[in-house]
Design a protein around this ligand. Structure first.
Ligand SMILES: *[C@@H]1O[C@H](CO)[C@@H](O)[C@H](O)[C@H]1NC(C)=O
Ligand SMILES: *[C@@H]1O[C@H](CO)[C@@H](O)[C@H](O)[C@H]1NC(C)=O
Ligand SMILES: *[C@@H]1O[C@H](CO)[C@@H](O)[C@H](O)[C@H]1NC(C)=O
Length: 574
């Protein structure tokens, strides 16, 4: 009898499992999708394991005399970021798109698990692993919060259990890239903690934060580009004399969040000194209001370089200004001030409208270019980059938080410009760097002039493109990032259709038998050449943004979260 009952139970369980299996043929760990859980788990699922070297035992040779606390002053009102979406319906088409993005993620993640587990990157063509960022499992750490958001909880806990056992002292490198390690590893651990509340993740983040904090142990407390382990132990570090401005100047969100979560103000104090420097020097460059691409942090001079951009080398310095206002809950007015002053100059000297052929003239779009400051004039350079596509989202965020409607409009025109540039190439993808023909003004008439174009790229490129100087596409996120952010800010449904076209093109042009790969040339008509590279930002950012734009708007609401420059989700103060 007992045996029979057991048999019936086994049968019932088998039928139940079969139903589950039929419903979810590929995975059994799908949970209802919805808002991420709030932190504070009572039963931890993963256990912290300490690194073999404890950096807090190394003395600071240039200790600070006072530690500035987190801002607690009067709060300026920050306006809501998201469109109200009062009658949002999660329709069938959107659900199918959301699932397609998740399937693409699962495919690449599974390939990483099989072929490159614990390595920094998967080689998506040859199938091995690569060490690119110290050997601390960059793709794994970078993917954690995406796994959580997509409801892949079993994979999340497997990966998180490995992440909290990483040994920061176990590397073949003699130094680390401070910026990349901060945005990818520290950001990844903090985002995963903010979603799951698993204490071990915060412990691992703090341990990493203590190593990265060593980079600030220089005579003027401004960090260098590299953190050399030996120099740090011996107290020999100095700030750089010619470093990318974004490198020391966009660590703020990660160190601020770490200070908020641990209650230890030293992390905030460290980046606060960099922000003091930025505020002090904003009007001292050759293009006052903007900081140049390269800065002499050691001598604290910003007038030695004449190149200005919101693209490579400088990008996230600007991105973090409105994001920091959100991260400190509006309790520090300096970020809005710096943002407004910088954007006024960027609008005048960097922003441009491209000259479009008649058939494209209905597109109301803008791009971010570069500027070069001479003694007597400022030259505008109509080069644009995939990297500078983030600017649409930045203008949108600043415009929303500080209620500057013109900035939201600029942000939308920039985001749409990037989507148009995707559609302008046979692969449906945008090149890394390209040149357009600028109009005289951002508004007003701008008729097509064939003589100005001169048949860009031997007439192979779409009218309007003078060249596609770097024709690669390396799985970058910045275009879908801005399209996603502007969708959440404006509620305009057609942005989702643009996103879907971009996603389909991306899959078609970059898929390999294992995963997805950077490609050599977006201008080719047939088969693309794969470069055997899948940087960790593909899973951390690109597919996260594609997933979120097809998710209900309360999934990672921009009124609850601020995303770092690697798309890691940090909870904003209530
Ligand atoms: C590292 O050392 C500090 C004191 O120097 C101590 O407070 C901390 O608990 C140590 N961390 C670990 C993980 O052992
Ligand atoms: C460090 O180098 C050793 C010897 O070449 C190698 O076995 C090990 O895999 C390397 N570690 C990493 C993280 O690349
Ligand atoms: C820099 O110049 C702008 C515009 O003139 C001004 O609003 C801002 O306060 C100045 N910043 C500093 C630190 O002087």
């Amino acid at each position: 009898m007992a045996g029979e009952r057991r048999a019936r139970l086994v049968l019932a369980v088998a039928v139940f499992l079969l139903v589950l299996f039929v419903l979810y043929p590929s995975r059994s760990d799908i949970r209802p999708e919805g808002r991420p859980a709030s932190p504070a788990t009572d039963s931890p699922k993963i256990r912290f394991q300490a690194s073999s070297f404890n950096w807090t035992s190394v003395p600071q040779r240039h200790p600070v005399s006072t530690i500035r606390p987190l801002p607690s002053g009067p709060k300026t009102h920050l306006h809501p970021v998201q469109h109200p979406f009062s009658r949002y319906v999660h329709g069938g088409t959107t659900k199918a798109r959301q699932r397609a993005v998740r399937d693409a993620f699962v495919r690449s993640w599974d390939a990483y698990k099989t072929h490159a587990w614990l390595r920094d990157e998967l080689a998506p063509v040859s199938g091995g692993g690569k060490t690119t960022f110290g050997g601390w499992a960059a793709t794994l750490v970078d993917s954690l919060d995406t796994l959580w958001i997509m409801g892949l909880r079993d994979d999340f806990y497997t990966a998180a259990a490995a992440a909290v056992q990483l040994d920061w002292a176990s590397t073949n490198d003699t130094s680390l890239n401070l910026f990349e390690t901060t945005i990818r590893h520290l950001g990844g651990l903090l985002g995963a903690y903010d979603l799951s509340g698993e204490a071990a993740l915060l412990e691992k983040a703090t341990e990493l934060g203590d190593m990265l904090y060593m980079a600030f142990d220089t005579p003027n407390r401004l960090p260098g580009f590299w953190l050399s382990f030996e120099d740090a132990k011996q107290g020999l570090q100095t700030a750089g004399t010619n470093d990318p401005s974004a490198s020391p100047a966009s660590l703020s969100l990660e160190f601020t969040r770490l200070a908020q979560l641990t209650g230890d103000a030293k992390y905030y104090d460290a980046i606060n000194r960099v922000n003091d420097f930025l505020e002090r020097t904003q009007n001292m460059s050759k293009l006052p209001g903007l900081w140049p691409k390269l800065i002499n942090f050691q001598d604290e001079r910003v007038d030695g370089n004449s190149g200005f951009t919101l693209g490579a080398l400088a990008d996230s310095l600007y991105e973090y200004l409105p994001k920091m206002a959100a991260m400190v809950g509006g309790r520090s007015p300096r970020f809005e001030k710096m943002y407004r002053a910088a954007m006024a100059v960027a609008e005048e000297h960097l922003l441009f409208r491209p000259m479009l052929a008649a058939e494209d003239s209905h597109h109301d779009i803008l791009f971010m270019g570069d500027a070069y400051a001479h003694a007597d004039r400022v030259d505008h350079i109509p080069d644009s980059q995939h990297l500078s596509c983030f600017a649409g989202g930045m203008f949108g965020l600043g415009g929303k938080l500080f209620r500057i409607p013109e900035h939201v409009a600029i942000g939308e025109r920039l985001a749409r410009g990037c989507a148009w540039a995707y559609s302008a190439f046979p692969t449906g993808l945008m090149p890394e760097i390209f040149t357009l023909i600028p109009c005289k003004s951002l508004d007003g008439p701008c008729p097509w002039d064939e003589t100005l174009w001169q048949g860009g790229g031997d007439g192979q490129l779409k009218k309007g493109f003078a060249d596609a100087r770097d024709p690669r596409y390396i799985l970058r996120p910045e275009a879908i990032e801005s399209i996603f952010l502007l969708y959440r800010m404006t509620g305009k449904e057609d942005l989702r259709d643009l996103a879907w076209q971009m996603f389909e093109s991306l899959m078609k042009a970059t898929e390999t038998p294992l995963a997805n790969s950077a490609i050599a040339d977006v201008t080719v008509k047939g088969e693309t050449t794969k470069l055997d590279s899948m940087e960790s930002f593909f899973l951390a950012e690109t597919l996260k943004y594609f997933y979120l734009i097809f998710s209900p708007p309360d999934m990672v609401s921009l009124d609850e979260f601020v995303l770092n420059t690697e798309a890691h989700v940090f909870r904003r103060p209530a």
